[in-house]
Structure formats: structure tokens, C-alpha cells
Design a protein around this ligand. Structure first.
Ligand code: ZN
Length: 124
């Protein structure tokens, strides 16, 4: 038995559902974008899943389209310039960190190689 059913809605209905269930931010069209704080993805109204809970009182809820993400409307923020800059900064920081880690690994590898070589020369 399925407890929740994914429901297909036409564009107009879906926009209406979004406007009704998302009490935190306004939806003007299905192409409105949101930044999900939980999975870090930019999602659009069109992608958001509308789920109908069949068990108990019949109710609809919104779910993030990202797999394994259970974010609710409260966790979807408008991707304003501020938010986008923050995302870019975080990504930059992450790639910077990755680069530093990689450089550190190479340096360690090189110094180990050099150390081994020195020992080898001393033996000879
Ligand atoms: Zn999400």
C-alpha cells in the first residue's frame, strides 16, 4: 500500500498549490527559483514535488525534487544576489581547500621521495 502518492497537476493548479502550501515566500510562476538550504541545489517550482498523504487526513505537502532530500518550504530561500554570492564563495572555498589538500599531498610525496633517495645515496 502506498502511503503517499505523487500527484500530477497542470501548471495552473501546481502554482496554486505552491502558493497555498508555501506560506513563507511568494510564488509568481512555476519558473521561480529557490535555493534549498538542505541539499544546496537551485530548484524551480516546476521541479518541486507535490505529495498527497493518503493515510489519515488527506493532505498535500511539498517536497524538494532532489533525491533523498526532505526539505520543506521553510528551507527554500529565494536565490537573491546575496545568496548566490554566498554559494559562490562556499564553492570557491571548497575548491581552494581541495587544491590545497592536493598540493599538500604532492609536496609530502615529493619530500618522501627525496628522503628515500638521500638515504639510498648514503648507503652506497
Ligand atoms: Zn533539497
Amino acid at each position: 500500500m502506498t502511503l503517499a502518492a505523487l500527484i500530477g497537476l497542470c501548471d495552473k493548479e501546481k502554482l496554486h498549490v505552491l502558493q497555498q502550501l508555501d506560506q513563507f515566500r511568494e510564488w509568481h510562476s512555476l519558473d521561480d527559483k529557490r535555493y534549498c538550504l538542505v541539499c544546496g541545489e537551485i530548484i524551480t517550482g516546476r521541479e518541486i514535488r507535490v505529495i498527497r498523504d493518503v493515510l489519515g487526513k488527506e493532505s498535500q505537502r511539498l517536497a524538494c525534487p532532489t533525491k533523498d532530500c526532505d526539505a520543506v518550504p521553510m528551507e527554500w530561500v529565494q536565490p537573491t544576489d546575496d545568496v548566490l554570492i554566498k554559494i559562490a564563495m562556499i564553492e570557491l572555498e571548497c575548491s581552494h581547500l581541495r587544491l590545497m589538500t592536493r598540493a599538500g599531498r604532492v609536496l609530502r610525496f615529493l619530500s618522501q621521495k627525496r628522503a628515500r633517495k638521500t638515504i639510498g645515496e648514503n648507503d652506497a
